[in-house]
Write a protein that binds this ligand. Structure first.
Ligand code: SAM
Length: 350
């Protein structure tokens, strides 16, 4: 298939995806009102994009994703479920979980995960029920629920947001022998971004690391057959890799889950394991003032989902000249939004 046809095919698929996830999100939020009671109420002081604007912005991102496919920057991605049956299974799983998740949210109960056996030896900040998620980050059930929940939250655009970090990586890789490079995805979770990377750069050796063995197991299942990808359980605060051992480090949706001082330790570790001249691709939530008119959405998020460090993240200085990236030796070269996310590309001094 030529890139142009692939691009059209992807656009059609992604548009359908947005429509179906929007319907699912509406259904979930109506259902949640039944369970949540007061748990659904949020206080917002900043502007929020209207539903139509938001929907249009999701479609614009999907169109950009399709243009990237057309331009040969990455192939049509394998989204969270490769078959209709597995998609239906994950929707069913999410709906079955909704009552207990909503109950946790209504009671603002975020410490259940700390009582699980898997929590032993893990940092205190980590063993919380982020998002009021069943099992926190610790169980197989949580790892199986995560992607459908995240995609529903972002109206089917979570994958497309992550993929906006691939073109700068492709530019870095262009003209080099992929087999001689090494990439690390820190806090790879269930491996969806790694899967996109592995498709885009099939000969490039990659390591996915995460503190959750359950999420690594799900990632390994999803990436089954990709021989260039391996996994290692690791705390991002103390990465078990040699200094200057990776050409590319990526990190997606981790920083907003971390306390302020941990964010700094993780950044130093990323800078340490990156080779001089190496590339760091960061993807996470927008911060205050990144995009006009989105402040209300950022305000609402930690009220609806247990996100104890999110407000601190929103105001943290990451990518400016005095930001934590530059202070760790990671010089930001570009920073741009992708719907509700921001992408920051940094280079370590050669
Ligand atoms: C919001 S998820 C993001 C997962 C994935 N990168 C994605 O794009 O969906 C956050 C992930 O960070 C991991 N995590 C949180 N704190 C961590 C730490 N200190 N070290 C390693 N992984 C951590 C969690 O286990 C979870 O898989």
């Amino acid at each position: 298939m030529s890139n142009r046809i692939e691009g059209f095919a992807h656009l059609a698929g992604q548009t359908l995806r947005t429509v179906s996830f929007t319907a699912l999100a509406r259904y979930i939020s109506r259902n949640a009102a039944r369970y949540d009671g007061d748990g659904t109420r949020v206080e917002i002081t900043k502007p929020v994009p209207g539903t139509l604007t938001l929907f249009q912005n999701v479609l614009k991102l999907q169109a950009k994703d399709a243009r990237n496919v057309r331009d040969g920057l990455y192939p049509i991605p394998i989204e969270e479920s490769t078959s209709f049956v597995s998609r239906i299974q994950s929707v069913r799983r999410m709906l079955e979980d909704q009552a207990q998740l909503s109950e946790r949210r209504a009671e603002k109960r975020s410490a259940d995960a700390a009582t699980l056996p898997e929590a032993a030896g893990m940092p205190d900040y980590y063993v919380q029920n982020f998002h009021y998620q069943t099992g926190g980050w610790l169980t197989e059930e949580s790892a199986k629920l995560y992607d459908i929940q995240v995609e529903t939250l972002f109206l089917g655009a979570a994958g497309a947001m992550r993929r906006q970090a691939i073109p700068p990586i492709a530019e870095f890789v262009r003209g080099r022998d992929q087999r001689q490079l090494r990439l690390l995805d820190v806090a790879c979770g269930s491996g969806r971004f790694l899967a996109d990377l592995a498709q885009a750069f099939p000969a490039l050796p990659m390591v996915g690391s995460d503190l959750s063995q359950a999420y690594l197991d799900e990632a390994a299942r999803f990436l089954h057959g990709r021989r260039n990808v391996t996994f290692q359980q690791a705390n991002a605060e103390a990465l078990p890799f040699e200094s200057a051992s990776f050409d590319i480090v990526t990190c997606v949706y981790l920083y907003h889950e971390l306390p302020n001082e941990v964010r700094r330790r993780v950044t130093s570790e990323i800078a340490r394991v990156l080779k001089p001249g190496g590339l760091f691709a960061f993807v996470d939530s927008l911060q205050w003032d990144d995009v006009e008119g989105y402040g209300g959405l950022l305000e609402a998020f930690p009220q609806r989902y247990h996100e104890p460090y999110y407000l601190d993240y929103l105001g943290d200085t990451l990518d400016g000249p005095d930001g934590i990236f530059a202070k760790s030796g990671l010089q930001p070269s570009s920073s741009f939004p992708a719907l509700a996310s921001k992408i920051v590309i940094c280079r370590k001094a050669a």
